[in-house]
Design a protein around this ligand. Structure first.
Ligand SMILES: [Zn+2]
Length: 178
């Protein structure tokens, strides 16, 4: 029997951001994706819990940092055939924890600000959900050969797709298949 791993531990919904920075806390675990309603609304299905690893620390410039990476498997509507396409979403982020706009303005560009409550509380689920939403593809699509629209009539679809599709790599891939 497999032992329960650390990654099964639930990630807390909200945390004391300042305190976790002070003790250099690392958290590894999962968020029940059924609780993330915005992610549910942006996808057709969420297949896995969100796997997370986050770390709180103070960087050499004394900024309060939340860095981490998260992954989740979702289904979205293929923009070509309108059937579901599954995607493994992975997000890596480094955020600067701030108490107000003043502090946010002082952050270096590489750090995206995230505001704590007056008491230093951080809505951790919300922050992670935001990062995942940012990583969802704007134009989810099956790969060539997996998309029913593509298989049904490749010649006709190609000419139509090339006109409206913004991704040049996809177009190249299709041209090669001709
Ligand atoms: Zn498709």
């Amino acid at each position: 029997m497999m032992s329960r791993t650390m990654t099964d531990a639930p990630i807390p919904r909200r945390v004391d951001g300042k305190k976790l920075v002070d003790i250099n806390q690392q958290l590894t675990g999962i968020i029940d994706s059924a609780k993330l309603t915005r992610l549910a609304a942006a996808t057709t299905h969420v297949y896995t819990p969100v796997q997370c690893h986050v770390e709180f620390f103070r960087d050499p410039e004394r900024f309060l940092i939340l860095s981490g990476d998260c992954s989740v498997k979702v289904g979205m509507e293929c923009q070509r055939c309108l059937n579901e396409v599954q995607a493994d979403i992975r997000s890596e982020f480094e955020l600067g924890l701030v108490l107000n706009d003043e502090q946010a303005k002082k952050l270096p560009r590489r750090l995206e600000p995230i505001e704590l409550s007056e008491e230093g509380r951080l809505e951790l689920w919300e922050a992670i959900e935001d990062e995942i939403l940012l990583c969802l593809p704007d134009f989810p699509m099956h790969g060539d050969g997996e998309c029913t629209a593509f298989n049904a009539n490749p010649e006709k679809d190609n000419s139509a797709e090339e006109l409206k599709r913004p991704n040049p790599f996809e177009v190249l891939a299709q041209l090669k298949q001709k």
